[in-house]
Design a protein around this ligand. Structure first.
Ligand code: GTP
Ligand code: MG
Length: 370
């Protein structure tokens, strides 16, 4: 485990707790017998006694990351790319997302152009692409802070009449940190004052060099408002997808990430999930962040009820006991009892973590006092 109380550590070291307390005191820390010590503090004290702390190799079933296992190559199938759109204020992110949806979702389909959840899928040349309609930066930052990588490709929208702006640079930094490939959409090409060369020139400073200039960044001129260049943009996404070969195993319990969640008056907890591996089915026992339940109903991006959701598919589900948070992981378990147990102990742990945060002695505290 990653933390022990002073008493537990003393026992493991075959010493009296008072001796450990004294040692801590010498390091400038006033500790009680029930004080929780973190991993680094434990190693420091144990090291003082010439004891090396062995890493316990143990699977913690309440850690949802352990369910994100790799699959055998033979089990893998192609999956759609998951794409987010980023860029400076007013450069046309929303218009681009709308334009992609409007050109690709036929009006006759149920729901038509009304978007039901914060993500949607389109088809281009018989291949699907998933778009996340997250307010770029905020979502990206939260999800990255939680270690949840969900995006395969970022579309960087830059207005051709405005050029590179502060949030353009911020977006580039986010994408680079997350190692997500960038496709540049040079937007507002319909404008008199559009100057795509300037955009390309400015972006070279940030390592985004067009192919025509010897680099490897794809630039696509578009007019989101007129729907021009959108097909080309989608084709470029497919091109990158082919190179990167996004894959997943549809024949396993689903795992993925929460895109958004809220409490609905009528339906209770409603969560939009991105299935990242496996297939999610109605009736599946599930743990979502610190919540749990059984998938009661599933609705796709067109507002249609569906019974299953394959990898890279966004769906809205009901049936959870509480509201999870954006960026939370979800995992499907083989039985409802385990889902309940894991969900409940995760909720418990979260509560305890909040409480012990205040009393925990970390290595930083130790050094602060030295
Ligand atoms: P925020 O969400 O506020 O950061 O803005 P955004 O990046 O989503 O930009 P949005 O799509 O809201 O577009 C901003 C303005 O630019 C709107 O008035 C759009 O109509 C306009 N706009 C977007 N794309 C184009 C385009 O291709 N050509 C022209 N002329 N105007 C555009
Ligand atoms: Mg917008």
């Amino acid at each position: 485990s990653d933390s022990l109380t002073v008493a537990e550590l003393a026992k493991k070291l075959h010493r009296e707790p008072s001796e450990i307390i004294k040692k801590l005191f010498m390091l400038g820390v006033m500790a009680t017998i029930n004080q929780v010590l973190d991993k680094d503090a434990i190693e420091l004290i144990a090291g003082d006694y010439g004891v090396e702390v062995e890493e316990e190799i143990q699977i913690d079933v309440t850690d949802l990351e352990v369910y994100f296992t790799d699959d055998e190559a033979a089990e893998l199938d192609e999956r759609p790319a998951v794409v987010t759109i980023m860029g400076h204020v007013d450069h046309g992110k929303t218009t681009t997302l709308d334009s992609i949806r409007n050109t690709k979702v036929t009006a006759g389909e149920a729901g038509g152009i009304t978007q039901h959840i914060g993500a949607y899928q389109v088809e281009e040349n018989g291949k699907k692409i998933t778009f996340l309609d997250t307010p770029g930066h905020a979502a990206f930052t939260t999800m990255r802070a939680r270690g949840a990588k969900i995006t395969d490709i970022t579309i960087l929208v830059v207005a051709a009449d405005d050029g590179v702006m502060p949030q353009t640079i911020e977006a580039i930094n986010h994408a680079k940190a997350a190692e997500v490939p960038i496709i540049v959409a040079v937007n507002k090409m319909d404008k008199e004052s559009a100057n795509p060369d300037r955009v390309m020139q400015e972006l070279t400073e940030y390592g985004l060099i067009p192919e025509a200039w010897g680099g490897d960044t794809i630039f696509v001129p578009i007019s989101a408002i007129k729907g021009e260049g959108i097909d080309n943009l989608l084709e470029m996404i497919l091109l990158v997808s082919e190179v990167e070969e996004y894959k997943a195993n549809p024949n396993r319990n689903a795992v993925g990430t929460v895109i958004e969640a809220q409490l609905d008056k009528g339906r209770g907890s409603v969560a939009t999930l991105l299935v990242q591996n496996g297939t999610l089915k109605v009736g599946d026992p599930i743990v979502v962040g610190n919540t749990f339940g059984r998938v009661r109903a599933m609705v796709n991006d067109l507002g249609r009820r569906v019974k299953h959701a394959e990898p890279s598919t966004p769906v809205e589900i009901t049936g959870l006991n509480d509201v999870p948070q954006a960026g939370d992981r979800f995992v499907v378990l083989s039985d409802e009892k385990s889902a309940r147990q894991i969900g409940e102990s995760r909720a418990q742990q979260a509560l305890q973590a909040q409480r012990s945060e205040k009393t925990k002695i970390s290595l930083d505290n130790l050094f602060e006092h030295m």
